[in-house]
Write a protein that binds this ligand. Structure first.
Ligand SMILES: Nc1ncnc2c1ncn2[C@@H]1O[C@H](COP(=O)(O)OP(=O)(O)O)[C@@H](O)[C@H]1O
Ligand SMILES: [Mg+2]
Length: 243
């Protein structure tokens, strides 16, 4: 591993960029600067890990990139579009068509079937019922859990639930996948399986992936690790073996 020069080195093919991103939370506990002037860009198909201690601002960063929350200042560019210059419905459209989300605790809807969970983003994506069902089943098959389509998520193991969440994240064929500690609730082997799937999505299917992780071994197996501390980029490490 070698330390990287600077994020500008990546900007030529950038599919995603954040510029001087800052998020300040005002709460009864006082002001918290969760992110402070964070800038970097990510190339198409690049697999980037975000690492850092608990409370360092990793989830805040992902939530801003995913436009789940607005920054206090700074910009997020998705394919050159400054997403926070858009109105709320345009932001929702960009989010739905460009991004897939994967969370540590899967965030599945437990009262409905695995199949319906996977189909769900296709509803807002404007797909026909038949296309939606066909695609959801294809994705479940790709992830090796087609036989679980009619189950409720709670009847699946953690690793299987995360596969459902990955299938759901892929429903609208997103160019960018944001994953917040996707292996955090999984045992080592299951976590590695999920990680290998994400590697496949980046390598074979050229998806851009940003993954928060606490696992140094996984971080080293991505293209680049961005280390965050106290809301700032501490260092970036390019993992040469991957290039
Ligand atoms: N909604 C919120 N309101 C107030 N403070 C928040 C909120 N979300 C996050 N924070 C604070 O911002 C900091 C960074 O949090 P977070 O991004 O969740 O860190 P990480 O994901 O690295 O553990 C923490 O100090 C956290 O308490
Ligand atoms: Mg977090």
């Amino acid at each position: 591993m070698i330390p990287s020069a600077s994020y500008e080195a990546y900007s030529s093919e950038a599919t995603l960029a954040v510029e001087k991103l800052t998020k300040v939370y005002d709460s009864s506990m006082g002001r918290v600067i969760s992110l402070s002037n964070v800038s970097f860009s990510v190339n198409r198909g690049e697999f980037v890990a975000v690492v850092g201690p608990s409370g360092s601002g990793k989830s805040t960063l992902l939530n801003m990139i995913g436009a789940l929350d607005r920054p206090t200042s700074g910009k997020v560019f998705m394919n050159g579009i400054d997403i926070f210059s858009l109105n709320d419905s345009q932001i929702a459209e960009v989010r739905n068509s460009t991004l897939g989300f994967i969370f540590q605790s899967y965030n599945l809807i437990n009262r409905t079937s695995v199949l319906k969970n996977v189909e769900f983003p296709g509803i807002t994506g404007g797909m026909s019922d038949a296309d939606r069902r066909r695609r959801a089943l294809k994705l479940l098959n790709f992830l090796g859990i087609k036989d679980k389509a009619k189950f409720k998520p709670t009847n699946l193991s953690g690793g299987q639930q995360q596969r459902v969440a990955i299938a759901r994240a892929l429903m609208n064929d997103p160019k960018v996948i944001l994953a917040d500690e996707p292996t955090g609730n999984l045992d080592t082997k299951t976590g590695n399986d999920v990680f290998n799937l994400m590697t496949l999505l980046s390598r074979k299917f050229k998806r851009t992936i940003i993954m928060v992780t606490h696992n140094p071994e996984l971080a080293e197996a991505t293209d680049r690790a961005i280390h965050i501390r106290d809301g700032k980029i501490e260092k970036e490490v390019i993992n040469v073996e991957r290039h």
